[in-house]
Design a binder for this molecule. Sequence first.
Ligand code: FES
Ligand code: FES
Length: 175
Amino acid sequence: MENAVSVTVNGRVHDKTIPIRMLLVDFLRDELGLTGTHVGCTYEGRCGACTVVVDGRATKSCMMLAVQANGCRVVTVEGLENFGGSPGALHPIQQGFWERHGLQCGYCTPGMMMTIFDILATNVREGAPELTAEAIRQSLVGNICRCTGYSHIVEAVQSAAAQLRAMVPEERAAW
Ligand code: FES
Ligand code: FES
């Protein structure tokens, strides 16, 4: 059985007819070719490698049907460049990972970045108190890094948060 969907991904509207049981992660990877979203635990919701942002909330895309995203706005790791950075520059989250050595094999990294995108969008835009290292670790509890480089990931988030706080309000409002 097939269904028509219209999903906005990284600012672009995609109208497709897809199997009703297709998962959002497969829609992104196989239908749209956005392979930055990874599958790390064979669709069991345990690793977080497939995390994307759906209508502003970090979501494991292996736990959601693509038809459930009909009418939604989805941001994947490929879309980070549309938010908060200057054209052609790394996004502050990417910059933070690069500066603080926040990845090793990189398999978990896209999912980590999209969870962090949600956390920091809420935290920085709403002017909440600075996140502690413990709060960052708690926020990332659903994202597993098999290389176990968690200390550097926490530092990368702190670096990204500092860059975002330094932005002028108009830049931050784009989040
Ligand atoms: Fe979705 Fe592991 S592939 S949580
Ligand atoms: Fe290898 Fe996280 S950097 S799984």
